[in-house]
Design a protein around this ligand. Structure first.
Ligand SMILES: Cc1cc2nc3c(=O)[nH]c(=O)nc-3n(C[C@H](O)[C@H](O)[C@H](O)COP(=O)(O)OP(=O)(O)OC[C@H]3O[C@@H](n4cnc5c(N)ncnc54)[C@H](O)[C@@H]3O)c2cc1C
Length: 446
C-alpha cells in the first residue's frame, strides 16, 4: 500500500515507522528543512551547539514513546537522564522530594507529607484530594470544568496551588489553571500518580537533542521529502493527489490542527467534513518561551537537580517557571547549558525580547541568591514558540483519527488522545492512525 504521511513531527514519524515496519511503501512530506516538528533543534550564532526549540521533559508513563525508542534500537537509559519527580525551588522555600522507595503514589504521598514550604493544612487537603480523585477513578464532576474551579471546590490552599497544582498544570497542559480542563489534568495525574508501574512519575530528560532520541534513526530508513510543503490535497481516482503531483492510496495528515484545516478545504464537501472543519477552527494556541543560556562553565553550586522550580509572579516581572541545569543531566552533551522556561507565555507577548530576557535573568539572580553565584554567561538565545500547544480548555472537541474521507486519517497531539499536547500524545496518535491504515477500517461519507 502506498501511503503518504504529511508532517514529520513525532506523530507523523511514529506513524511512518509503524507502516514501514508493516511493509507499506511510505513517503513523508515535511514543509520544514528538518524533521522533528515542535521538537526540532535550532542553531543560534550565540550558542556553541544547537539546542532544542524548547526544553522538553518526558515521564516514565510515556510507555509508547519508550517502546518506540526500543524498537528503533535506542537505549533509553543511555539517552535519557531519569530521576524521581522532584519539585523544589533553588533556595528551598519549597521542596517536595518523593523517596525513591516506594515509588509511584506511595512515594508521592510520603513526599507530600515531608514537603518543605507547605503547612499541615495544605498537605492534608492535597493528599485528601488526590485520594478522592483516585477513588472516583480520576473523573472530574462537570460542575467544576476548569482546574481553578476544582481546586476551589477542593479547598486547596494558596501554597498548594502555588507550589504544586499551578506549576504542574502549566508544565503539563501549557494552559493557565483558570482556563485549563480539570479532566485533562486528572488524566495526566491518573497516568502518572495513578499508574501502578513504579517509574511512571519519573522525569526523563534527553541528554542530547530530542531528534537524536529516535526520529533521526527512523528518518534514515524513510522516503522523506524535506522542504516540501503540501499546499493542496484533492481526491483522485485511486486515493489522493498532493500538490497536483503526488498520488497516494492513503494519507495520514500529521500536521498541526491549523495546517490540517487548510488542507482539508479542497476535499469534497460533506456534513461530517463540515463538523470536522468547525472542530479544527475552535483550537486556540498557547506560547512557550525558552531562554537558553550558555555559561563559561557548568553551574555546579546549584542544588544537584536538572529541573528546579522558579517562583513566577508576572506582577513582579518574574516570568520564569522552571530552570533546567544541564550540569546535572547525566551524560549531557553541553553541561554549560541552562534553560529558563515560561509556559502559557502569552504574558510575554507585549514585552520586547530584550526586556523579557532582562527580567528572566534578574529573576534567576534573585532566586538563586549569593550562595550559588552563576558562572559568566557566554551567550544566550530566546526561543518563543507561538503555537507551542493548543489550549487545553474544557469541552474542546478533539477529532478522532477517522475522517469522513475514505483513506484519510488524522494524527497529531491535538487529536483525541486524552493527553494534553505532549510528545506521548503525538506518538500515540501516530500509532493509532497507522493501525487504522493497516486494518483498513474506513468510515466514509462518500
Ligand atoms: C517549546 C515547547 C516545549 C514543549 N515541552 C514539552 C514537554 O516538556 N513535554 C512534552 O511531552 N511535550 C512538550 N511539548 C509538546 C511537544 O513538542 C508536541 O506535543 C509534539 O512535538 C507534537 O508533535 P506532532 O507531531 O503532533 O506535531 P508537530 O511537531 O507540530 O508536527 C507537525 C509537522 O507537520 C509539518 N507541517 C505542517 N504543515 C505542513 C504541510 N502543509 N506540509 C508538510 N508538512 C507540514 C510541520 O512542519 C511539523 O514538522 C513542547 C512543545 C514546545 C513547542
Amino acid at each position: 500500500m502506498n501511503v503518504a504521511v504529511i508532517g514529520a513531527g513525532w506523530a507523523g514519524l511514529s506513524a511512518a515507522h509503524t507502516l514501514k515496519k508493516a511493509g507499506c511503501a511510505v513517503t513523508v512530506y515535511e514543509s520544514g528543512h528538518q524533521p522533528g516538528g515542535r521538537a526540532r533543534s535550532v542553531q543560534s550564532p550565540d550558542l556553541s551547539k544547537p539546542v532544542d526549540n524548547g526544553q522538553h521533559i518526558l515521564l516514565g508513563a510515556y510507555t509508547e514513546t519508550l517502546a518506540l525508542m526500543k524498537s528503533c534500537g535506542v537505549d533509553a537509559a543511555e539517552h535519557l537522564h531519569r530521576e524521581p519527580l522532584y519539585l523544589g525551588t533553588p533556595n528551598n522555600t519549597f521542596r517536595l522530594r518523593p523517596p525513591r522507595f516506594p515509588g509511584g503514589r506511595a512515594g508521592m504521598l510520603f513526599g507530600l507529607l515531608g514537603a518543605l514550604g507547605l503547612s499541615w493544612q495544605s498537605k492534608y487537603h492535597l493528599v485528601r484530594s488526590l485520594y478522592q480523585l483516585e477513588r472516583k477513578h480520576w473523573k472530574i464532576s462537570p460542575d467544576t470544568p476548569t482546574l481553578s474551579q476544582w481546586l476551589r471546590n477542593q479547598k486547596q490552599t494558596h501554597a498548594a496551588c502555588k507550589y504544586f497544582w499551578h506549576p504542574l498544570c502549566l508544565a503539563a497542559l501549557n494552559t493557565h489553571p483558570d482556563e485549563a480542563d480539570a479532566q485533562i489534568m486528572a488524566n495526566v495525574l491518573k497516568d502518572s500518580l495513578g499508574n501502578r508501574h513504579k517509574g511512571a512519575t519519573d522525569v526523563l530528560i534527553a541528554n542530547d537533542l530530542l531528534t537524536s532520541l529516535w526520529p533521526t534513526q527512523v528518518c534514515r530508513s524513510l522516503n522523506l521529502h524535506l522542504s516540501t510543503p503540501i499546499r493542496r490535497m484533492t481526491r483522485s481516482k485511486n486515493g489522493f493527489c498532493l500538490n497536483d503531483r503526488y498520488e497516494h492510496a492513503a494519507v495520514i495528515l500529521a500536521t498541526s490542527a491549523h495546517s490540517a484545516k487548510k488542507l482539508l478545504a479542497d476535499l469534497p464537501e460533506c456534513n461530517d467534513g463540515k463538523t470536522l472543519h468547525t472542530q479544527l477552527s475552535t483550537f486556540e494556541y498557547r506560547r512557550i518561551a525558552t531562554l537558553w543560556i550558555e555559561l563559561t562553565q557548568p553551574w555546579e553550586s546549584l542544588p544537584p537537580r536538572p529541573m528546579l522550580m522558579l517562583e513566577d509572579d508576572p506582577k513582579q516581572h518574574a516570568y520564569g517557571q522552571w530552570l533546567f541545569n544541564h550540569a546535572h543531566i547525566k551524560g549531557s552533551r553541553n553541561r554549560n547549558l541552562l534553560a529558563i522556561v515560561t509556559s502559557d507565555a502569552n504574558v510575554l507577548e507585549s514585552l520586547p525580547r530584550e526586556k523579557a530576557v532582562h527580567y528572566l535573568l534578574n529573576q534567576l539572580a534573585t532566586e538563586t541568591g549569593d550562595a550559588c553565584p552563576m558562572p559568566t554567561i557566554r551567550g544566550h538565545t530566546f526561543v518563543v514558540e507561538k503555537r507551542a500547544t493548543f489550549a487545553a480548555t474544557p469541552n474542546l472537541a478533539r477529532p478522532a483519527a477517522q475522517t469522513p474521507w475514505r483513506g484519510l486519517w488524522l494524527a497529531g497531539d491535538w487529536t483525541d488522545t486524552g493527553y494534553p499536547a505532549v510528545l506521548e500524545g503525538a506518538v500515540r496518535s501516530g500509532l493509532t492512525a497507522a493501525k487504522h491504515v493497516l486494518v483498513g477500517r474506513v468510515q466514509s461519507c462518500l
